[in-house]
Design a binder for this molecule. Structure first.
Ligand code: C2E
Ligand code: MG
Ligand code: MG
Ligand code: MG
Length: 267
């Protein structure tokens, strides 16, 4: 795929990527068709409160129900959807669908819904409007929506990101920094970001030096008054560590795997 349209609209191709281009274009075409045919669906993974052990909310995770290949995970198609800008309409669909599901679940008590947002989506000038519209049309109370952004989404233009995060939080929603620790953001940027939570990447939780890595992340979160969630809890040892180090929330296969809405535990 062309990396960028040149000055006079001519697209320049990286020759080394030539063989990838055909496959990628085919995938792009399939993704576009999948979007119009409604082949995407959301799985949900519960988020647990560390001290009470109760489910406090869910994270929406997209899947592609491919007509011949079965369920395809986001790692395969999200990068292509980003490259082709399809992530914008796709992300809007995710936002609406996740908010709609959250309103169904919040009948008995308020649960949060976490939605992953890619950098390109976040950079859309009308992104705040898109979020407001999803809340309005589904009736989800803003306090129950959490947007998960990665460091890369805020790094390209930190000043613009800070301003937009303020606008988003003014809607009453919360912001979590996802995959925390794997990106390149600095301490000074972290200090400036108007966010509510850090999600510690599972590579840290599962690291041989997890005690140090998770400990530092929790210390940072405390210093900046942020809620902190440990991702990728797969063992009792990791759960005990998250608890001992003072994580607020936790997610992982040990506790619950992502699954369709009708398989979620009652909350
Ligand atoms: P993420 O937001 O960091 O989500 C966590 C990923 O870790 C999910 O993979 C989840 O299934 C997996 N996971 C949860 N617990 C465990 C565990 O204990 N062990 C292991 N090994 N993995 C665990 P998934 O669903 O394949 O999603 C991968 C990534 O794709 C997500 O990472 C997120 O960055 C992206 N993604 C998923 N859904 C969306 C979406 O709707 N929009 C956008 N823009 N990105 C999405
Ligand atoms: Mg996430
Ligand atoms: Mg993550
Ligand atoms: Mg991730």
């Amino acid at each position: 795929r062309a990396k960028q349209a040149g000055r006079n609209g001519v697209q320049t191709f990286d020759l080394a990527m030539g063989s990838e281009t055909a496959a990628q274009l085919a995938l792009e075409r399939d993704l576009r068709a999948a979007l119009t045919r409604g082949e995407f669906l959301l799985h949900y993974q519960p988020v647990f409160d560390v001290s009470s052990g109760l489910v406090t909310g869910f994270e929406a995770l997209i899947r592609w129900a491919h007509p011949t290949q079965g369920l395809i995970s986001p790692g395969t198609f999200i990068p292509v959807a980003e490259e082709a800008a399809l992530i914008v309409p796709l992300g809007t669909w995710v936002l609406h669908e996740a908010c709609r599901q959250a309103t169904l679940w919040q009948v008995s008590r308020a649960v949060t819904m976490s939605v992953n947002v890619s950098a390109l989506q976040f950079e859309q000038p009308d992104f705040v409007k898109t979020v407001r519209e999803a809340l309005r049309s589904t009736g989800l109370p803003p306090g129950q929506l959490i947007l998960e952004l990665t460091e890369s989404a805020v790094l390209r233009d930190p000043d613009a990101a800070v301003a937009q995060l303020r606008d988003l939080r003014a809607l009453g929603i919360r912001i979590a920094l996802d995959d925390f620790g794997t990106g390149h953001s600095s301490l000074s940027l972290l200090r400036r970001l108007p966010i509510d939570a850090l999600k510690i990447d599972r590579s840290f939780v599962q690291d041989a030096a997890a005690e140090v890595m998770v400990g530092v992340a929790v210390t940072l979160a405390r210093a900046f008054s942020l809620h902190v969630v440990a991702e990728g809890i797969e063992t009792e040892g990791q759960r005990a560590l998250a608890q001992a180090l003072g994580c607020d929330g936790m997610q992982g296969y040990l506790l619950a795997r992502p699954a369709p809405a009708d398989e979620m535990p009652p909350c």
